[in-house]
Design a protein around this ligand. Structure first.
Ligand code: SF4
Length: 350
């Protein structure tokens, strides 16, 4: 691992303590939020380190120490002190649409979330599944009107410099597959930007990949989450019950349609199971031609795993270093390939 990778690993696992003077400045004396929570993995502080060398969403740590980095003022800007290293840093600005509403008076920020140049749209709030680590599982399941999503994207495009769109959020129930597919088609139709979709496979509908590619979807995140080996399968019961064959079918179809250049990826949460199991899953995914994504487990408030320990630096290092070898042997890469979108995952730097 190089110096920047070590720094990113440290920020992901130990987090960052922000100097009170910086908090006062950034929040304008407490009038603005320091962070804007979305998912557990994006609930920390989003930082640009080393002028775009890497981006990281670092959990906020109340106090420096226990390995956490410190963010403080340095000359004209900010710097993060990680171990003995000092790196130039910039807090990613909060989106400019936070106080905007659409034509029907609905808050734009309810249906869109942007980090850097990517907009995330969620046709489903809540989820038809219930993974133990996920904070969406506890929310009420509902469908968001498609025109609301499209309008939110148009408004966010006025305030943000967007380059791509990710449709994600909760998994639709089987009876809402049609709604979800229509939402994807409408968003593709109205978006001038590439649109990716994050969704599990559909055992009863393996052709969804082709249909979505035909309406303009340019990438997929078909997340395995865990190896499914042994007790860990209980944590993602509905997803694990789909079986590896459903994942293989969906991922292979997507790779056939979109190629092996990073358009198809699959995330593995590291820290919930022995590293050997995570690596088995990563190797299997790489052998299908998709990019594995290494997401360090971060316990989310209000979930069954709230009290669990986060992924340790030792485990993340072990999995990352072995995964780098695996993907190079299989001719893929650790995803996602967009450097800004790597903010909450571990991927090579430099
Ligand atoms: S399927 Fe995805 S959104 Fe739904 S609970 Fe699991 S991780 Fe969360």
């Amino acid at each position: 691992m190089n110096r920047l990778e070590r720094a990113k690993m440290n920020l992901l696992t130990y987090g960052v303590a922000v100097d009170p003077e910086v908090v006062r400045e950034v929040t304008q004396g407490g009038q603005l939020p320091l962070v804007f929570n979305e998912y557990a993995t994006t609930s920390g502080l989003s930082l640009d380190i080393g002028n775009g060398a890497f981006y990281v969403n670092a959990p906020l740590s109340r106090t420096a120490g226990n390995g956490s980095a410190v963010l403080r003022r340095s000359n004209d800007g900010l710097a993060v002190l990680v171990g003995n290293d000092r790196l130039e840093a910039r807090i990613l600005p909060l989106p400019g649409y936070l106080d905007r509403t659409d034509a029907k008076g609905r808050r734009v920020a309810d249906s869109i979330f942007t980090v850097g140049d990517r907009a995330r749209l969620s046709p489903i709030t809540g989820c038809s599944m219930a993974c133990s680590f996920c904070d969406l599982a506890g929310l009420k399941y509902s469908k968001r009107p498609v025109e609301q999503l499209v309008e939110a994207l148009m408004i966010a495009s006025e305030t943000e410099d967007l380059r791509h769109v990710l449709i994600s959020g909760g998994t639709p129930s089987r009876r809402d597959y049609g709604f979800f597919d229509l939402a994807c088609a409408e968003i593709c139709k109205h978006s001038a930007l590439p649109v990716e979709v994050m969704m599990p496979p559909r055992a009863s509908d393996p052709w969804f990949v082709d249909r979505l590619v035909d309406v303009g979807v340019s990438g997929f995140a078909i997340n395995l989450e865990t190896s499914g080996i042994g007790e860990v399968s209980d944590l993602t019961r509905q997803k694990a019950s789909l079986g590896r064959s459903a994942y293989e079918q969906a991922i292979s179809r997507a790779v056939r349609r979109l190629g092996r250049q990073g358009a198809v990826r699959s995330l593995v949460v590291v820290g919930l199971e022995p590293p050997g199991h995570s690596l088995e899953a990563i190797e299997w995914l790489a052998s299908l031609g998709c990019d594995p994504v290494i997401s360090p487990f971060r316990p989310a408030v209000g979930t069954p795993l709230e009290q669990s320990a986060p992924c340790s630096e030792v485990m993340l290092t072990q999995v990352f270093e072995a995964a780098v070898e695996i993907v190079s042997q299989k001719g893929v890469a650790l995803g996602p390939r967009c450097v800004v979108c790597q903010n909450n995952v571990m991927a090579p730097v430099g």
